[in-house]
Design a protein around this ligand. Sequence first.
Ligand code: HEC
Length: 145
Amino acid sequence: MRAQILAKWGSAAGLIAMALFWATLSTGLTEEEPAITAGKLEFGRNCAICHGIDGKGAGPITPLLKKTPANLTQLSKKNGGKFPFWPTYRMIDGREPIDGHGGRDMPIWGDRFRAEAGSLQQGAESTVRGRILEIIVYLQSLQEE
Ligand code: HEC
């Protein structure tokens, strides 16, 4: 009798654990996937012309540029295997000067996104941040080992 009850509880606990596991797994995906998709759209519109849609640096206007656009699938590898989140954010935003960087061929996306958001609109800065963060989530998904 006791063994039967224990077995019942055991399988109920197993089912609950499995349900929790699936719940976490699926919520993880529902948050991540749309963010990556939105970032890919932004990247396609604004960045692919120079960096290529796969981020590898071979966009259609690359031959016309003085500097070669970076291969954006190698950011983690160049940083000892860790994705350089905030340095990448600052590089894309571009409004804060980065030490050791002279003239840059990269447009200043912070200014451009800010103008598109309506510079004086309340919440414009959050819109800018959101767009840059979505792009970074996409870039993070492109990193090669
Ligand atoms: C007009 C061409 C052009 C466009 C458009 C462009 N980039 Fe770049 N990007 C470059 C070039 C050239 C470099 C090399 C560094 C430099 O300019 O100083 C670069 C460098 C970078 C780097 C630094 C990589 C490293 O190894 O440190 C990041 C990150 C980056 N771009 C992201 C983006 C993102 C995101 C977008 C779109 C929002 C974008 N770029 C649009 C030309 C471009």
